[in-house]
Design a protein around this ligand. Structure first.
Ligand SMILES: [Zn+2]
Length: 342
């Protein structure tokens, strides 16, 4: 385990293969990852910022935001360090989402805005999910028909919209084959924000509203153009195929893009040397109305923050939102976590 400090942030690297993860390499990824955590922390309200960055030299599926014995920790696993900035951005947006949840419980002035923003994200997720589920009976036979960037029924490059609007350059966007393999038809609608659409790592925005938020915001931070293009394509297809009922998805995505754009403004300001952004960006968010707050709250609860605790020498994952959820860590994961948690 190698421990270092960058701008007050603790970085710990678990090095399994010293031949590939040399000291110089660990130094490089630690500095790059830490710089991005520090940048993202400026968006996260005081008291909820990321405290540690862990870099375990192990395979994927371990990148995450975790509360490790109470410490807010971003973990970037071995496979993801190639694109460590994007990986940190994604996981740190989970920290931001967690901060919004915690902030919304308080009595401060910003609690209402944080709660309202969260509820809106929950409601957007619900809208996309509802639309997706309503399509299932119609579309199961044509895999990929909502996947505007590929699949067997995606429009051809030469297609012009029915209204005679501008031609959309489909040909430049090819679906990442892994996305097509992994997903079934029903996930395509929410996959419109996944960076897999423009050849980057795949994400799982359909899993819960926290993942929708994290995937959209981190994609917007790292590749605003591509994300906008991908969303535009999906909306164009929906408009063409479901002219009577696509509007709710368009509205939902408009709100979601407004939210992530507001965060990006704060991120850019912070990068340009402004001091801590704190919570002042909250006031720049629209005041959203949510029709079904109870339904939205249910989705927020599903977007659980996972805590890592130790009981009698055994490591467990538990959910902050769902006390029923407890999972014992597998031994292979527990080894590197124990080393890093010291
Ligand atoms: Zn995530």
């Amino acid at each position: 385990m190698r421990k270092s400090q960058h701008s007050g942030l603790v970085v710990k690297a678990y090095v399994k293969s010293p031949s590939t993860w040399t000291d110089a390499y660990v130094g490089e990824i630690s500095a790059e990852g830490a710089a991005e955590v520090v940048a993202m922390n400026k968006l996260i309200p005081q008291g909820y910022q990321v405290e540690e960055l862990w870099l375990p030299d192990i395979d994927s599926n371990h990148s995450a935001f975790r509360l490790v014995k109470g410490l807010r920790t971003v973990v970037v696993a071995g496979d993801d360090v190639q694109t460590i900035r994007q990986a940190v951005q994604h996981e740190a947006t989970h920290a931001l989402f967690h901060a919004l949840k915690e902030l919304s419980k308080g009595g401060e002035a910003e609690a209402a805005i944080a709660g309202c923003t969260l509820e809106k994200v929950g409601a957007i997720y619900g809208t996309l999910l509802g639309f997706r589920d309503s399509l299932k009976p119609l579309d199961v036979s044509t895999k990929g028909n909502l996947n505007v960037l590929g699949g067997n029924s995606a429009p051809k490059a030469s297609k012009t919209s029915q209204e005679g609007g501008p031609q959309i350059p489909y040909k430049d966007l090819v679906l990442n084959p892994s996305l097509e393999e992994e997903l079934v038809e029903k996930e395509y609608l929410l996959a419109m924000v996944s960076p897999a659409n423009w050849g980057e790592d795949t994400e799982h925005p359909w899993r819960d509203c926290g993942e929708l938020f994290a995937t959209t915001l981190s994609a917007y931070l790292s590749d605003e153009e591509q994300l906008a293009q991908s969303v535009k394509h999906t909306l164009a297809i929906l408009k063409e195929r479901y002219p009577d009922r696509h509007a709710c998805v368009e509205e939902a995505m408009d709100d979601l893009l407004h939210i992530v754009a507001t965060f990006k403004q704060g991120y850019v300001r912070a990068a340009e040397g402004e001091e801590e952004i704190g919570t002042d960006w909250l006031s720049k968010l629209r005041e959203f109305k949510v029709e079904d707050p109870t339904g939205a709250q249910k989705f927020i609860k599903q977007a659980a923050t996972i805590s890592l605790i130790e009981l009698d020498g055994v490591l467990y994952l538990t959910s902050v939102e769902d006390p029923e959820y407890t999972a014992k860590m597998a031994d292979d994961g527990a080894n590197w976590i124990r080393a890093l948690a010291k």
